[in-house]
Design a protein around this ligand. Structure first.
Ligand code: KG4
Ligand code: ZN
Length: 350
């Protein structure tokens, strides 16, 4: 089964072709991603209108490139998948409408993929992991802990009450006058800093339910920065290191609670899987490894270019849904907001 995947929910335009064989193994035939980071950098964050226009400009070219690289024509596709949300609605409309047009012209099944579901299923493409597994999804827009029990069967165990972890990194970077995206900058400077200099809070520590809250940490960091301003280079490095350590400790505590809740409700998971841009952080990876070792399960972190937004994950989720007989009609609507639990309901209804 060969599926084209289109991703346009945020600031990456992406198209990919993925093959899924009868035994459920996946192979990426092409995977092209064009990041808009440069176009948004001057604004310190993604500007929705700029993003939507940039998707329109390049998407058809990227699809042609992905098709050519995979040596594939539209007639040989078994499905056309596009991320139908959640995300910036202008961009989502561009990707989904393009997918509908191709599906209509070539009479090919359409699969409207939930972007979070695509992150959730990527580890099956890269590592063939079996259900159920525990997914830690940490990106600029999401911080969630999920029980992934099957295609279209996701149970939310924990969520953030306010900021996502990537967002907290980005806001910290902005506050300290560093570049965008902030995560890699904060990580780089943290290497030179003293993580014990500032006593920052570890929000939600020891709570039973594995939820996150990061706005208090953000405020504490701002107050410390204001207290010692003007900031020297060493001050900035120490603030980065102290902030990153608070995040690492928080992840350790919250995921320990999450793995306990998982085991009680769903049995022992086959793996701890990390997805989203935040998983690129080395200190965070180390703590995830420790958590997995303590739980005696493997840690699976897909390679960085499949952890961040890409087309292959959309194509793969499309192939997994297609194999389960889950397709969509041409009137399916793009969605800015689309919690993963609602995908579960849609699947069980079909
Ligand atoms: O998954 P992603 O590429 O895009 C979405 O948000 O969907 O994640 C981007 C987020 C940004 O907030 C970025 O600052 C964060 O991931 N990030 C990091 C690192 N690299 C990227 N956060 C911490 N440390 C990093 N090395
Ligand atoms: Zn994403």
């Amino acid at each position: 089964m060969i599926v084209l995947g289109i991703e346009t929910t945020c600031d990456e335009t992406a198209a990919a072709i993925v093959e899924r064989d009868h035994s459920g193994h996946g192979r990426i035939l092409s995977d092209i991603v064009l990041s808009q980071t440069d176009e948004h950098a001057a604004f310190g964050g993604v500007v929705p209108e700029i993003a939507a226009r940039a998707h329109v400009e390049v998407l058809d070219l990227l699809i042609s490139q992905a098709m050519a690289e995979a040596q594939c024509d539209f007639a040989s596709l078994d499905g056309i998948a596009a991320a139908a949300g959640p995300g910036l609605i202008g961009g989502v409309i561009v990707g989904l409408t393009t997918a509908k047009a191709i599906a209509l012209v070539h009479c090919t099944p359409l699969i409207a993929v939930n972007h979070l579901e695509a992150h959730a299923l990527t580890a099956r493409l890269t590592d063939g992991v079996d259900f159920p597994y525990c997914l830690f999804l940490a990106s600029g827009g999401h911080t969630q802990l999920l029980a992934v029990r099957g295609v279209g069967d996701y149970v939310l165990l924990g969520n953030t009450m306010d900021d996502a972890i990537g967002e907290a990194f980005d806001k910290t970077a902005k506050l300290l006058g560093l570049g965008y995206p902030g995560g890699p900058e904060v990580e780089r400077l943290a290497l030179r800093g003293n993580a014990h200099r500032f006593a920052l809070p570890r929000p939600m520590q020891y709570r039973r339910e594995p939820d996150f809250s990061l706005s208090g940490l953000k405020t504490a960091l701002r107050l410390e920065a204001e207290r010692i301003a003007p900031l020297s280079e060493q001050d900035i490095a120490d603030l980065c290191a102290s902030f990153q350590q608070a995040i690492v400790d928080t992840i350790h505590d919250r995921l320990r609670a999450g793995l306990r809740v998982f085991a009680e409700r769903h049995g022992v998971p086959n793996a701890l899987v990390a997805a989203g841009g935040v998983a690129a952080n080395q200190s965070i990876r180390q703590i995830l490894k420790r958590l997995a070792d303590d739980a005696r399960i493997p840690l699976i972190v897909p390679p960085p270019d499949l952890c961040t937004d890409n087309g292959a994950m959309i194509a793969w989720a499309g192939a997994e849904r297609l194999a389960a007989g889950l397709t969509d009609t041409l009137d399916v609507a793009p969605r800015a907001r689309w919690p993963l639990e609602e995908v579960t309901h849609a699947a069980s209804r079909d």
